[in-house]
Design a protein around this ligand. Structure first.
Ligand code: ZN
Length: 162
């Protein structure tokens, strides 16, 4: 268990597509544990492997309902629409308005490489979209409507950093 350094916007690793995980190794299990530690330490609700410099299709999420680990996730269904503040641990101190589906269904593998399907609404749906975008080298800043703005930490907004 260790805290890894979070890569920030401008780092090339955040713009590259990630590779599928083909087998679960000890090294990958340690990476997942470290990603969870790093996310919790930074008070984030999600973290993708490229954010710690590893180009593998792995994300971790916790929107307050316990940890979720997704290996090779893909979005298989979406519906509705939500517009709200979004932030990213790789873009510290900033946030912006992003429109995402309000419901998202994801198919992935868990840490045991068993197939799982998960559904999310609201913040969880937003986190699924945001984290899976990271695996394709995409950052939310390209989706922001209007201006990316500074987060005022004294008057926190609704947005969460993912
Ligand atoms: Zn992010």
């Amino acid at each position: 268990m260790a805290i890894r350094k979070i890569r920030e916007m401008g780092d090339e690793v955040l713009t590259k597509p990630c590779k599928e995980v083909t087998k679960m190794t000890l090294r990958t299990k340690i990476l997942i544990d470290d990603m969870l530690d790093t996310m919790y330490e930074a008070y984030g609700v999600g973290l993708a492997a490229p954010q710690v410099g590893i180009l593998k299709r792995i994300v971790v999420i916790d929107v307050g309902e316990g940890p979720i680990v997704l290996v090779n996730p893909e979005i298989i269904e979406t519906s509705g629409e939500q517009t709200g503040e979004e932030g990213c641990l790789s873009v510290p101190g900033k946030s912006g308005q992003v429109t995402r589906p309000d419901y998202v269904k994801v198919r992935a593998l868990n840490e045991e490489m068993e197939e799982i399907e998960l559904e999310g609404e609201g913040l969880l749906a937003r986190a699924f979209c945001h984290e899976i975008d990271h695996l394709d080298g995409k950052l939310y800043v390209d989706l922001v409507e209007g201006e990316l703005h500074d987060v005022n930490y004294e008057e926190p907004e609704d947005g969460e950093e993912v």
